[in-house]
Design a protein around this ligand. Sequence first.
Ligand code: PLP
Length: 440
Amino acid sequence: MSDKLVDLDQKHFIHPTSSVQQQQQEGPAFIFEKGEGIYLTDTKGETYIDAMSSLWNVNIGHGRSELAEASKAQMEKLAFSSAFSTFSHEPAIRLAEKIASIAPESLSAVFFTSGGSEANDSAFKLARHYWRLKGEPERRKILSRKKAYHGVAAASTSATGIPEFWDMAGTFMPDFIHAETPYEKSTKEAIDSMRQVIEDEGPETIAAFIAEPVQGAGGVIIPPDDYFKEVRKLCDEYGILFIADEIITGFARTGTMFGMENWGVTPDLMTFAKGVTSGYIPFGGVIISDAIHEMLKQSSGTLFHGFTYSGHPTSSAVALKNIEILEEENLAENSRKMGERLLKGFQQVKENTNIVGDVRAIGLLGAVELVKDPATNEHFPADWKVVSKAIKALHNRGIICRSVAFDDTDIICFSPPLIINEDQIDTIIENVQEAVLEVE
Ligand code: PLP
């Protein structure tokens, strides 16, 4: 069965963000067929800890029948109907209200999408539209940061700050610009770089700044405590809208319902996806400020922006049940507590090994960085592929996690389901230590 599936996979399935050549040479390393709690089981019957919540998204864990039931009930009642124009339906209305109730007070209207890339593209268009309606149509540029990951649709690829993602399209779109991020840089250096880019481009041409509260695919980069307050000040100084990309950090991942709460900063738009349904069904959206909503209300024109699946009834019903579970099981609190344990564990690993540099975690979003010399923070040469070896060693020990190896970094990322318990955290830590000792 498994061999047959490998053969069919190689012949017919183009994997997202992967090497097609490697797929042809090696086939898929895992074909998963079952998930339960924090565990995934493959077709060979091997069970693994899903220490990435798959793609940073299975927040409430695998195998939750409540979500399957919510989906079934909604599909049986009304699987799909349009939300375009004057059509509406209860699940999307209830979900929009629920999301508004957990978002910052001044953000209380939601536009739904099918995923994160669409959410960010929508946020950029909404920001530009806002400025057009406000009489400043020259504000079109979107400022983002190096190492940012905002998705793979045309505009979200352009906002992404990892050059490898631009190559496929030759370059990124015009009117997208990138400043420094506070990775191995202070708040001052990052903010100075932002200011410089804004001044060079002309503040009157910039519509919005976008940032992940914690940069995920760039290597789980947690900013210094004062960073986002300074970002907010700078955006206000130049009248630039602030978009928080909460696609990984939203829905309790970092110990609070939304990541930006950690720094007490309120953005103008927030994009979300992933954790809103814990990955059980595709979904996403943008929450907009009341000021932007007001501007839309004042315009008599049609908002020419809508996906067939904007506000999909089944996805909405699943999201509502998922948020109910996050709240009832207090998973933001568990994320915070277990995250503290994870970080302590990482610190122990650093002490007990010789190639661990920075370790970090905020809630259940963490990273262990491998460096040639922890004293000087000298990175390994890229061709040593240290992090790939470490990930393989972890896989061999039954832990699924993910590497980041851009710009000569060797970072192991962790983002386990928020239902994880202390023993399971300790199992991850023990295995990380063994894997690092094996490759050092
Ligand atoms: N933004 C962030 C921070 C992400 O991590 C991702 C996906 O990993 C996206 C946007 C894109 O979301 P999607 O893959 O659902 O289009």
